[in-house]
Design a protein around this ligand. Structure first.
Ligand code: PEP
Ligand code: MN
Length: 341
């Protein structure tokens, strides 16, 4: 429920209404805009009716939120959420490109990639240190050593770091090194992990589960906001369908759908979304045209030698060309891809 208070409502009255709602078991989220004060109350709707809040002279209206997701919804917050990461803003006008290898493999690999993607216009470095692999025999990541290499690359290039956390036991460790915590597709409904990242003050990149509906995905984000962390970025990375030419089916309709239903930023991962490097640039451009706030792209200096996801990784020259093409498109759309902020 959203309780809209009249302009100029005194602080004590805001307090009073918040306390009354808390006593009735509602969770309160206050939003003090210039125009109006909005009290968001999440809880049992039937209890609200007996409170008769609309009888209070300073209450303008009480608006129920019918969808199961509340804090994530556009009804709850009209303005886009803009997430600050270092000097960057995700969800603002600029489209951010996060690029790097699937996995951090060695010092030279991550440092070379970081310099190259930065030169091409990326603002974030991606790279997995903890890898959720389909096979237990596949490379599982360098773990803390990988996190240290990412931090070193950040120091050398100024790129911010996004990396995945797969286990509640590692949340603190990964949060110590990363600027954005990635929740992978396989963990989208790992509710214990979602509650744990909610306790950090780091932005969370929430990938869509391979078989998750839009509503399930938004409910996963709701867990993080409900846990006290409202810095969530949705990431469409393709879903499982009958098509098997591509690794997943990239569902770009989620970009405008999420923008309509939620105030949170939305980015797209055309690398996992296609599984084929030669399809990545076209789908990256399509994502930007659809209104994505950013892209996350796998880049490797030698994809043929990559320890994971080489087939979908762009070489450095191919990434650089893609960034130039994206810049022409995004300039036409009035949302730059390159540039400092
Ligand atoms: C990744 O980003 O390398 C990854 C494992 O992605 P996803 O969780 O989308 O499969
Ligand atoms: Mn990968």
């Amino acid at each position: 429920m959203i309780i809209v208070l009249k302009r100029g409502t005194a602080e004590e009255q805001v307090q009073e209404i918040s306390e009354r709602l808390s006593q009735e078991g509602f969770k309160i989220h206050l939003s003090q805009g210039v125009e109006k004060i909005i009290v968001g109350a999440v809880g049992d709707r039937s209890r609200l009716e007996s409170l008769d809040l609309e009888a209070l002279p300073w209450v303008e209206k009480v608006v129920p939120i019918l969808a199961p997701y509340k804090l994530v919804s556009r009804e709850f917050q009209k303005e886009n959420t803009v997430i600050k990461v270092g000097e960057h803003e995700i969800g603002g006008n600029k489209i951010h490109v996060m690029a790097g290898p699937c996995s951090v493999e060695s010092r030279s690999q991550i440092i070379e990639t970081a310099h190259a993607v930065k030169a091409a216009g990326a603002t974030f470095l991606r790279g997995g240190a903890f890898k959720p692999r389909t096979s237990p025999y596949a490379f599982q990541g360098l773990e803390e050593e990988g996190l240290k290499l990412l931090a070193l690359a950040r120091e050398e290039t100024g790129l911010q770091v996004v990396t995945e956390v797969v286990d509640i036991r590692d949340v603190e460790l990964v949060a110590h090194y990363a600027d954005i915590l990635q929740i992978g597709a396989r963990n989208m409904q790992n509710f214990i992990l979602l509650k744990e990242v909610a306790k950090t003050n780091k932005p969370v990149l929430l990938k869509r589960g391979p078989s998750a509906t839009l509503e399930e995905w938004m409910m996963a984000a709701e867990y993080i906001l409900d846990g006290g962390n409202n810095q969530v970025i949705f990431c469409e990375r393709g879903i499982r369908t009958f098509e098997n030419y591509t690794r997943n089916t990239l569902d770009l309709s989620m970009v405008p759908a999420l923008h309509a239903l939620s105030h949170l930023p939305v980015i797209v991962d055309p690398s996992h979304g296609t599984g084929r490097w030669n399809l990545v640039p076209a789908m990256a451009k399509a994502a930007v045209a659809a209104g994505a706030d950013g892209l996350i792209i796998e880049v490797h200096p030698h994809p043929e030698k990559a320890m994971s996801d080489g087939k979908q990784s762009l070489t450095i020259p191919n990434f650089t060309t893609m960034m130039d093409e994206l810049e022409s498109l995004s300039t036409a759309l009035g949302r730059p891809v390159k540039g400092a902020r």
